[in-house]
Design a binder for this molecule. Structure first.
Ligand code: FDA
Length: 393
């Protein structure tokens, strides 16, 4: 079969690229080895798909080459995607921090993308795998489970390694290497931490399911202010997931459990105002009672506030505002939302997403070394990079 464009991977970036190119009049074949398109879209945002973020900026992305994402993000913005969502009548709302979610289900977004594919005449084939790819004089020749496929332009939109049960594979990296590209080391991002240090582990287990609103979590010069969540195996929640993308094995993370308070001053005030109140009772006003009891048992000696010296109160403030945790590791690709690293963007055109090593070969979405923060940024990268490539394939 001969076609203009073959897109491998019918996820967020592949769908966007396929219908945008088809709308330009290109004959597009979109293939996926899974039995369904856009499985991650369906799972995303707790089933409601956080499809973009109103405050998307290049600073929301990690990459070995931080300038790479700028051009594509500027040419297909969050407002362009929001316009399409509106045009399709998909109801949505801002949950917080510019994060836009469907009011109903993530399938509204997938339905919209599939609708666009159908209208533009994309030939979508599921359950289709590719055995080999060769570069020919006029383009690429693929051996696939659907037979021999020839195309002028080949787009790799196979995503990263996170959640193998949703169809993730290292295929894109393999193709990149075949055509002489470097692939930067990959690791799980936006992922919970595991804790093995016995005392801390038992605290996490006891508090499993408890979240602390508004923490400031920092690692390697990056800080995120959001909730944290204790789990049976360690720590999770938005602030932890965000910082996990900057964490390397052996690093310590710092958690300020009460960033909205100047703790030294506040504790001193409380001691003056209610000297007979026990520290445990005071902590119970800031955290859940269970957490307050645990902190009072494990971290402090609880007694009436009047019995603490200024130095002791300063020590308590320091513990609560600079809790240092060394994670044993992360939960890995099994639960990670994204893969950090990937196809080195220094060998790909930031304007067209075309390989600088193999003309006619394009990389879009998460397979590239561009990773967004939590909050709809990863989808915005998928839409923007898919759209950019679609103008040139
Ligand atoms: P994506 O992974 O979406 O698609 C790749 C496609 O390629 C898949 O359909 C796969 O089957 C196919 N494929 C892989 N190997 C293949 C092969 N060898 N042959 C053929 N096909 C192959 N982001 C966000 O912005 N907001 C959110 O709410 C969430 N929520 C979220 C929840 C969960 C649980 C996860 C795991 C991830 C998120 N994300 C997210 C991240 C987001 O889903 C992710 O960044 C994008 O889906 C990446 O889009 P891609 O199209 O690049 O890859």
């Amino acid at each position: 079969m001969q076609t203009d464009v073959v897109v491998i991977g019918a996820g967020a970036a592949g769908l966007m690229c396929a219908f945008t190119a088809a709308a330009r009049g290109r004959k597009v074949l979109l293939i996926d080895h899974a039995n369904k398109a856009g499985k991650k879209i369906l799972m995303s945002g707790g089933g409601r798909c956080n499809f973009t973020n109103m405050y998307t900026e290049p600073a929301n992305f990690l990459s070995g080459n931080p300038h790479f994402c700028k051009s594509a993000l500027a040419r297909y913005t969050q407002w362009d995607f929001i316009e399409m969502v509106g045009r399709h009548g998909v109801p949505y709302h801002e949950k917080k921090l510019g994060q836009l979610f469907c009011d109903n289900k993530a399938s509204d977004i997938l339905g919209m993308l599939l609708d666009e594919c159908e209208q533009a005449g994309v030939d979508l084939r599921l359950d289709t795998s590719v055995q080999s790819i060769e570069k020919g004089e006029l383009g690429y020749l693929l051996q696939s489970s659907a037979g021999e496929l020839a195309c002028q332009s080949l787009v790799i939109a196979t995503g990263g390694l996170s959640i193998p049960t949703l169809g993730a594979s290292g295929f894109g990296y393999q193709v990149a290497r075949q055509f002489g590209h470097s692939v930067l080391p990959t690791r799980a991002g936006l992922v919970p931490f595991t804790i093995t240090e016995p005392l801390l582990k038992s605290m996490c287990e006891s508090l499993s399911g408890t979240s602390v609103e508004d923490c400031l979590v920092s690692c390697n010069g990056q800080s995120f202010r959001e909730n944290i969540l204790f789990t049976h195996r360690g720590l999770s929640g938005p602030a932890i997931l965000q910082v996990s993308s900057y964490w390397q094995p052996g690093d310590t993370i710092e958690i300020n459990l009460l960033p909205h308070l100047d703790l030294v001053e506040w504790l001193d005030e409380q001691r003056g105002e209610r000297p007979n109140t026990e520290l445990k009772t005071l902590l119970g006003e800031l955290f859940t009672r269970k957490m307050a009891t645990l902190l009072a048992e494990h971290w402090f000696v609880s007694k009436p506030l009047k019995q603490y010296s200024a130095a002791e109160l300063a020590e308590i403030a320091e513990k609560l505002s600079n809790w240092r945790v060394m994670p044993a590791g992360t939960e890995g690709y099994r639960t990670a939302e994204v893969t950090i690293g990937g196809v080195d963007t220094r060998e790909v055109s930031s304007k067209t997403m075309e390989s600088l090593k193999a003309p006619g070969l394009y990389f879009v979405g998460e397979v590239l070394d561009v990773t967004g923060h939590l909050g709809g940024f990863n989808f915005q990268w998928a839409w923007a990079s898919g759209y950019a490539a679609a103008q040139y394939v």
